[in-house]
Design a protein around this ligand. Structure first.
Ligand SMILES: Cc1cc2nc3c(=O)[nH]c(=O)nc-3n(C[C@H](O)[C@H](O)[C@H](O)COP(=O)(O)O)c2cc1C
Length: 338
């Protein structure tokens, strides 16, 4: 355990945020080193998009420079094109959103031809999310992506039904989750993140199983399964009946998951997400143990949210006299520094 000591210049954290005043009582924003390392990959900063909330980055280009983010996490791609589920497939909920998009997308061929080159041409780092209904499909996707330009990491979306197991979600079974990770690792030339579902009794057990199977890091959390019923029609609002809950409503669940996994597996890199709207929200995830964060649902009402969150995070670190982002990773598990 490394306490964040007063006057700890090694750790880049200064004792009294009020005594190093620049513009807001701490250090200057410009002096905060925002570089982070995620599963061995160095990123210029820790704020990424979240899979499914920014397609392959192009839709956000009018609002932000994709290369200014830590990385762009692309919508989960499947082997073949898919139109997704029937509508309605979105519903608003208190402090959240329910979606049952159903992995709509162009398939790996179109993705490799149009989407990944577009990101690479802009100098953006791509974290490519892959999804499938069988271990073989995941492995085939990893094989197709090996050596692709601009590919920094693979994110394996294991919150998909396993067709060979009567639709049981891979992420809810430690053995099935491990099978996918092992198969992807065998084909991938880049580090692999396993994206975990919070809809499990013991997320640490699933995390451990994925790490044992070779995952270089973990993304958490995916949406929580939810449902809304229309009290006029007496029927479920979503055509798909259930959907994934995201947004601020799930943030405390997500922070808890990151905290528990970091406590049990402190050496395992984590990409944290779930309801991040502000720099302070992002800071909670870093303090819980995440090395980087994804901003998802927030972009639906503020398409520039990822760059705003990044700027706010930098300001909040500076305000606290922190000069190096990496020093706050997991800090909530250590002794208080004030
Ligand atoms: C409309 C929508 C589509 C999503 N699609 C995917 C997806 O394709 N793959 C995936 O791993 N997660 C997907 N997610 C989950 C997000 O990446 C993220 O894990 C979750 O929404 C929590 O973060 P947030 O509250 O910031 O949105 C999707 C979420 C939303 C709202």
């Amino acid at each position: 355990m490394m306490p964040l000591a007063a006057h700890d210049h090694e750790s880049g954290i200064r004792e009294n945020p009020g005594s190093h005043t620049h513009d807001h009582g701490g250090t200057s924003d410009a002096t905060v080193d925002m570089v982070t390392t995620l599963a061995g990959t160095v990123l210029p900063n820790p704020v990424l998009t979240a899979s499914g909330c920014a397609a392959a980055g192009r839709e956000l280009a009018p609002f932000l420079d994709p290369a200014a983010l830590g990385a762009v996490v692309t919508k989960s791609v499947l082997l073949r094109p898919r139109s997704g589920r029937a509508t309605p497939r979105m519903a608003e909920t208190p402090s959240g959103m329910l979606n049952s998009i159903g992995l709509q997308g162009p398939g790996i061929d179109a993705f490799l031809e149009h989407d990944l080159p577009w990101l690479a041409a802009r100098g953006a780092r791509a974290v490519v999310s892959i999804a499938g209904g069988s271990v073989e499909e995941f492995a085939e996707l990893a094989r197709r992506l090996a050596g692709a330009p601009g590919l920094a990491l693979l994110e394996v979306n294991i919150s998909c039904p396993n067709v060979a197991s009567r639709g049981q979600v891979f992420a809810c079974d430690p053995l099935a989750a491990a099978d996918v990770v092992r198969a992807v690792k065998a084909e991938s030339g880049v580090p692999v993140l396993a994206k975990l579902s919070p809809d499990v009794t013991d997320i640490v057990a699933i995390a451990g199983s994925c790490v044992e199977a070779g995952a270089d890091g973990l993304s958490m959390i995916n949406t929580l399964l939810g449902m809304v019923i229309d009290t006029d029609t007496f029927r479920p609002v979503l055509a798909g009946v259930t959907g994934g809950l995201s947004g601020p409503a799930i943030r405390p669940v997500a922070v808890r998951c990151v905290w528990q996994v970091h406590a049990a597996l402190p050496g395992v890199p984590i990409l944290g997400m779930g309801g991040i709207l502000s720099g302070l929200d992002a800071l909670q995830f870093l303090l819980a143990g995440a090395s980087a964060v994804s901003v998802g649902t927030a972009v639906f009402h503020d398409p520039s949210a990822p760059v705003r969150v990044l700027a706010e995070l930098r300001t909040e670190l500076a305000r606290r006299g922190i000069t190096r982002l990496s020093d706050v990773v997991g800090a909530a598990h250590r002794e208080p520094h004030r």
